[in-house]
Design a protein around this ligand. Structure first.
Ligand code: PAF
Length: 279
């Protein structure tokens, strides 16, 4: 496995693979890898000849008061985890490699990004779409793999690829959880032992909501009230949002009569965690 830092090196390697007629997958990450990321890499490995993993904490998707500086980083650890699951190339650029001094072109979206995480993180999806689009131009993969934990991101990227006629298959992979239910996230490392315990209210609420919908509940507000009550029973938890939206346009629904995304963002102490179910 190679670890490279420049766009030129990625392009040269991928060009050689293409000459041999090999298929190429991309798994975009911000590093500090966990089982969730590794499941994407394993799926990518199973469906493609070569796998590229990008490890890049993308500055344009963080707001001014967010955790860009403190976001955990450990390239050596990430590289060895990638190697263990058979990744072929790790791309770890410096911010200056991705964004030159007079960088001024962004990929933005008029729909899908104003609700859920987009409400409190107004520039987030512009940054995500821009960097993912740049990575697509650099790697030119056949397929790209994203986790369903970031469900809004997955729906936004699928939409972007359709809008921009990118010839890339977007593959969504299921949420990977700790044994006690907590969705795996690089941000779980911010939690104290007490907060780690408190964070279980997210998955408890997700499981309870999902059960209600599976049993036939059609009233979104009833499901959301039950979920909010579970979260509010935990003193360390503060709800940012708990919402039921259509998977098509990410607008709130009152009646569950089509594919929905039930998503939440909850602060546990200072750490903002997300979780969801799609049904
Ligand atoms: O999901 C993430 O880790 C990031 O948003 C992504 C897709 C790697 C873009 O920076």
């Amino acid at each position: 496995m190679q670890v490279v830092h420049t766009i030129k090196e990625v392009r040269e390697t991928v060009k050689e693979w293409r000459k041999e007629g090999l298929s190429v997958a991309l798994v975009p990450t911000m590093g500090y890898l966990h089982e969730g990321h590794l499941s994407l890499m394993k799926a990518a490995k199973a469906g493609n000849d070569k796998v590229v993993v990008s490890v890049f904490v993308n500055p344009t998707q963080f707001g001014p008061n967010e955790d860009f500086e403190s976001y955990p980083r450990d390239l050596d650890r990430d590289a060895s985890l990638c190697e263990n699951v058979g990744v072929d190339l790790v791309f770890n650029p410096e911010p200056s490699e991705m964004y030159h001094d007079d960088f001024s072109s962004f990929v933005d979206m008029n729909t899908l990004t104003g609700n859920l995480c987009g409400k409190t993180r107004p520039i987030h999806f512009r940054g995500v779409c821009t960097v993912v689009s740049k990575l697509f131009h650099i790697v030119k993969p056949d397929r790209a793999y994203f986790g369903q934990k970031d469900a809004q991101q997955l729906l936004v990227i699928k939409h972007m690829v359709e809008d921009l006629n990118e010839d890339i298959e977007i593959v969504g992979c299921p949420i990977v959880r700790e044994e006690d239910g907590l969705a795996k996230s690089s941000r779980n490392t911010y939690l104290s032992p007490e907060e780690r315990q408190a964070a279980l209210v997210l998955s408890k609420a997700v499981f309870a909501g999902e059960k209600l919908v599976k049993e036939g509940e059609k009233d979104a507000n009833k499901v959301l009230s039950e979920m909010r009550a579970i979260i509010e029973s935990e003193p360390l938890a503060k709800i940012d949002y708990v919402q039921m939206v259509s998977q098509k346009n990410i607008e709130d629904v009152e009646v569950i009569d089509g594919p929905v995304l039930c998503a939440m963002a909850v602060y546990i102490g200072k750490t903002r965690l997300i979780d969801n179910f799609m049904i």
